[in-house]
Design a protein around this ligand. Sequence first.
Ligand code: F6P
Length: 548
Amino acid sequence: MSKVTRTPAWQALLQHHKDIAELTMRQMFDDDAMRFEKFSLQLDGIFLDYSKNRITTQTMQLLMQLAQQAALPAHTAAMFKGEKINHTEQRAALHTALRNRSNQPVLFEGRDVMPAVHSVLARMRSFSDAVRNGTHLGFTGKAITDIINIGIGGSDLGPLMVCQALKPYGRDELRAHFVSNVDASHLVEILKKVDASSTLFVISSKTFTTQETLTNAHSARAWLVAQLGDEAAVAQHFVAVSTNLAATAQFGIAAQNVFEFWDWVGGRYSLWSAIGLPIALYLGMDQFEQLLAGGHAMDEHFRHAPLEKNMPVILAMLGVWYGNFFGDTSSGLFPYDFYLNRFAAFLQQLDMESNGKSIDRDGKPVDYDTGMVVWGESGSNGQHAFYQLIHQGTRMIPADFLVALRSHNPLGDHHAILLANCFAQSAALMLGKTKHEARAELNAQGLHGEALEKLLPHKVFQGNNPSNTLLFEQLNPHTLGMLIALYEHKVFVQSVIWNINPFDQWGVELGKQLAHKILPEIQHLPDELKHDASTNGLIAYYHQHKSR
Ligand code: F6P
């Protein structure tokens, strides 16, 4: 038995799960008029309703005991103190320093990192101001109208999600585009939309070795030089964001055009660093700093609020409850906000790359489940696509609903309809529809006898599907910063419970190694292929058929 499953709280939760497995939320709401008040929390304009969960007061107490017994407070302190908690890479995870708005120093290896953080922020401000106010011009003297970020994973998803989420704070005359896929179609389709003389490329890569990003960057560079007819144009049209200054120099980007960050910032936690440059360019540095302030506000809450009143801890422990005790394998994220269209994609990397681990911090295989599959889509679209499975499928899928109280586009009844749909879904998932209710409904529709009995089972909804609802005033940079940090810390808390390192990602390496081996074989068929029969067959099939 592992350390985690041996804890008294884990053992008590196993028994508690048996005790309450049959309880319905419907019943629990009927029995307790204060349930909503009891299981909800408000923080700086964000309201969390977690009353629609399969929990009692005792469940929450046991979950918080589990967090204590896993030494969560000590692990949290270690992260904020810059200890090398990413032990497999011997790195700290200090993304919180990037959004530290206090005047407190943050020490890493005995030195305060804040002067370096502030200096890069100051450079981001002066560069983004210069681009936005037309001081930094393109090679032919034109103002910049289009920014193209070239990056992938954490060097793409965060800035892309934020730029999309905060579109109302952007301006029409400056557009942000994101190229991530090595499929040339991605780059080509974006280049079709822009004029080289007014386009700025931001090459974003923590390592500056990522094949997809470098391939796209080289092609973009070649396109720009061909369009403007002069190699010298690159200096005005290319900047880089990286921790690898040797590699950016080798690519040909002058030092003054490189924005630095540090290896204590994980890729999927990097939007707060210079990786956020496209955000600053698109929205302005003031808005970017509001985003940082939101992240910092959530950090302060996470560090100092008691566990039972701590939003990231509550969300995390509910996830543990469903993943480890109910055996759920996936969780849904449904923002009822068009601008949060890419939030689920961002969260997928954050959560699944962090907690998709099966070896614990002591190097032993875990004997319990870790990260869940995270998926989602903005509402109300999902309702007309996949919600059926949540309502009447065989699996329980805990869900988070996110919705703003005020829309950026108050048009007719749109927002009221959106809210009504959001609230209706969480209610329907919780309540379901009993046989008795379904029968009464069919009766009222004039159906009786055999016809009714035949249809009846299909009209029953099992309900009792848990969800959280997060309400916020309006999607602004501060709120978004809080929401992102909320989920970052949720993921961290779960990693602590599961005793895994959420800050490495060795699992992505094998595919990269194999791709490097296969690439030359795609370019020229060797005399002998030495892979498994399927891979050999696919490569050979490609060569036989490519010319047709
Ligand atoms: O391969 C996975 C990964 O390393 C992610 O963790 C990272 O966000 C992404 O690739 C991009 O890496 P980089 O910023 O170094 O190009």
